[in-house]
Design a protein around this ligand. Structure first.
Ligand code: URA
Length: 437
């Protein structure tokens, strides 16, 4: 096969065969197809798209480019959730123990934060001692013991994606639905799951800025996962304002403990419970969404879900006493409210600006080599629709350094839009996407 002929075929809008896709991706991964030809191919895919058959083959080929985690020793139905990322998104931390309490096995391989979106691993690493680098054997052992484990990437998971993502990043080909689908699904499918639920976010703080694009991505991922024999569902959720009332690392661990104790913010709980309910329904652990919701609510009410979270933290080497005495978590030197300049109702809280401000405080990374300050962030974030009086806090800042504080403060303040008239909160979930019958 000749690489340039395959590029020409895609450039002219034709569908590629399995053999052509495998030849191209395998050649790119082993270095026999150079970056410039892969870049041309990525642009051709960006411009001409791919059929679902092609995307499924691309996903499978990328998945098979590296290790496949052998989860066959997990005795429970294996189900995971993937979020396309947002500000204040601590759903995984709450959902994994909840689903585990209901009989699910959640072998979750998560990422670190980069740019404005926080990473689940960074949040866990706020807990003294928590290890995110378990071996595969330890990981499977923890899932078998307590039903859930959340770790960082092990071994060589989908190396074709790592290489291709770096190339897409510098060739203007990141926002392609077929390429995003294959990128996300190749990594998730390498973790040996029975079912996957997707939280596809749209809005100011999300990777997908419009609801239409989020839906197109959700449909594509659900279709590809279904073709690969997995139970699939996706929720389209709002990420115009941050999720919950905190953004950072320690502060999100504390919000997680509160949520598992029945004191979660409304939007956070609605999204978490709906995603968890889909996980239980897809794996047959609940006969339907309503039954699933009742099971989940009971696990919070009884305290079982919080105990499960603590058990998981302990099995990862984390200091469980820090979840009871929050002073044992990394704590910022200065805790300072940001006050409202006027009376009114909150009309918007720009998640992107909040994400940038929290990043400037030090809670995230501008580049992969940056270190994260787990102590800093924002709490008590007001939500769209809430009433505020002049001088009331809009949020509380947790600060360790004054280096870029003025910039962060301006972003925090600019994130809030006020209205004189009452404002209705937006729906937190827009749509459920299931495989076509
Ligand atoms: N996240 C991924 O892992 N891949 C993409 O292409 C986009 C978001």
């Amino acid at each position: 096969m000749v690489p340039q002929w395959i590029i020409e075929k895609k450039r002219d809008g034709e569908a590629l065969s399995r053999e052509e896709i495998e030849f191209f991706i395998n050649g790119f991964t082993d270095g026999s197809i150079p970056d410039y030809q892969m870049a041309a191919m990525a642009m051709a895919i960006y411009l001409k798209g791919m059929t679902f058959d092609e995307v499924a083959v691309l996903t499978e080929t990328m998945m098979n480019s590296g290790d496949i985690v052998d989860t066959s020793a997990i005795e429970r139905p294996k189900v995971d959730k993937h979020s396309t990322g947002g500000i204040g998104d601590k759903v995984s931390l709450i959902l994994a123990p909840l689903v585990a309490c209901c009989g699910g096995g959640v072998p979750m391989i998560s990422g670190r934060g980069l740019g404005i979106t926080g990473g689940t691993l960074d949040k866990f690493e706020a807990i003294p001692g928590y290890r995110t680098d378990l071996s595969v054997e330890e990981f499977i052992g923890v899932v078998n013991k307590c039903g859930c484990s959340i770790i960082g990437q092990t071994g060589r998971l989908a190396p074709a994606d790592k290489k291709l993502y770096a190339l897409r990043d510098v060739t203007g080909t990141v926002p392609s639905i077929p390429l995003i689908t294959a990128s996300i699904m190749s990594k998730k499918m390498a973790a040996g799951l029975d079912a996957l639920v997707l939280d596809v976010k749209w809005g100011k703080g999300a990777f997908m800025k419009t609801r239409e694009n989020a839906k197109a991505l959700a449909l594509s991922m659900v279709e590809v996962g279904t073709r690969m024999g997995k139970g699939m569902a996706a929720l389209i959720t709002d990420m115009n304002q941050p999720l919950g009332r905190t953004a950072g690392n320690t502060v999100e661990i504390i919000e997680t403990v509160k949520a598992l104790s029945g004191e979660g913010a409304e939007d956070l709980m609605i999204v978490t419970m709906a995603l968890s309910a889909q996980m239980l329904t897809l794996t047959g652990l609940a006969p339907g969404e309503n039954a699933a919701m009742l099971m989940l609510e009971e696990k919070i009410r009884s305290g079982e879900a919080l105990e499960k979270f603590k058990e998981m933290v302990q099995l990862h080497g984390g200091d469980v006493s820090s979840l009871e005495d929050f002073r044992k978590l990394p704590t910022a030197k200065t805790i300072q409210p940001m006050l409202s300049p006027k009376n009114g109702y909150i009309a918007a809280v720009d998640a992107e600006k909040i994400g940038k401000a929290v990043l400037l405080l030090g809670a995230g990374r501008m580049k992969t080599t940056d270190t994260v300050d787990h102590a800093v962030g924002a709490t008590d974030l007001l939500k769209i629709g809430e009433q505020v009086s002049k001088g009331d806090p809009l949020l509380t800042m947790h600060i360790n350094s004054t280096n870029r504080l003025a910039e962060a403060e301006k972003l925090f303040m600019d994130a809030f839009i006020f209205s004189d008239a009452p404002v209705s909160p937006p729906p937190f979930i827009n749509e459920l996407i299931l495989p076509e019958e």
